[in-house]
Design a protein around this ligand. Structure first.
Ligand SMILES: O=C(O)c1ccccc1N[C@@H]1O[C@H](COP(=O)(O)O)[C@@H](O)[C@H]1O
Length: 199
């Protein structure tokens, strides 16, 4: 089970995610209480081992903005939320980095990984980063084909059930490992990674 811990902003939290065995760590470079500056991200990712994917999270910013922020931050993957067309992903192909298409599960019925040229699909709640679970059974008999991440309101308490119901390739969490909005808890990060990996 691939596990991504998102919305990180301190060296302590990044270290907790890496030590626990997270496969990816995410940094929000778009409007959010978790927003961090590209310069801080560059400092934080310097301590992340090569095998852990470092991901910059955006919404629907123009490709020029994303490209400049990604280069300044020094991350190794890009996650785009919102209603981005396939051309938004094509416009970033020159970066040579894995692209993650994050979209609301409610509007992505029948989606498959790669539909928009992405390398990884992420199915989320309608409001990203709000910590709201959605009805994972909505996927029913037609889960996405290819590699996809389940996100939206996951926590130590529900990740086991979520994985059992939706059978994703991986999971992504932000709010569920926080003590309050934007403030992560290293102990919760560790617990979440262990809970997800034990599935
Ligand atoms: O975390 C945010 O504030 C955020 C802002 C803009 C786009 C995405 C954001 N976070 C992503 O939301 C999902 C799930 O978060 P949660 O666990 O429900 O809080 C995750 O992919 C984050 O990367």
């Amino acid at each position: 089970m691939f596990v991504k811990i998102c919305g990180l902003s301190t060296a302590e939290d990044v270290a907790a995610a890496v030590a626990a065995g997270a496969d990816a760590v995410g940094f929000v470079l778009t409007e959010s209480p978790r927003r961090v500056a590209p310069g801080l991200v560059r400092e934080l990712v310097a301590a992340v081992p090569e095998e852990v994917l470092t991901v910059a999270v955006f919404r629907e910013e123009p490709a020029e903005y994303v490209r400049a922020a990604v280069r300044a931050a020094g991350v190794r993957a890009v996650q785009l939320h919102g209603n981005n067309p396939a051309t938004a992903f094509a416009a970033l192909s020159d970066l040579g980095l894995p692209l993650i298409r994050a979209t609301s599960a409610a509007t992505a019925a029948g989606a498959d990984c790669g539909d928009f040229g992405e390398d990884l699909l992420l199915l989320d709640a309608p409001v990203p980063g709000a910590g709201e679970p959605w009805d994972w059974t909505e996927l029913g008999a037609r889960p996405p084909a290819g590699r996809w991440l389940l996100a939206g309101g996951l926590s130590v308490a529900n990740v086991g059930e979520a994985v059992a119901v939706a059978n994703p390739w991986g999971v992504d969490v932000s709010s569920g490992v926080e003590v309050r909005r934007g403030v992560k808890d290293p102990a919760l990060i560790t617990e979440f990674v262990h809970a997800a990996k034990s599935r």
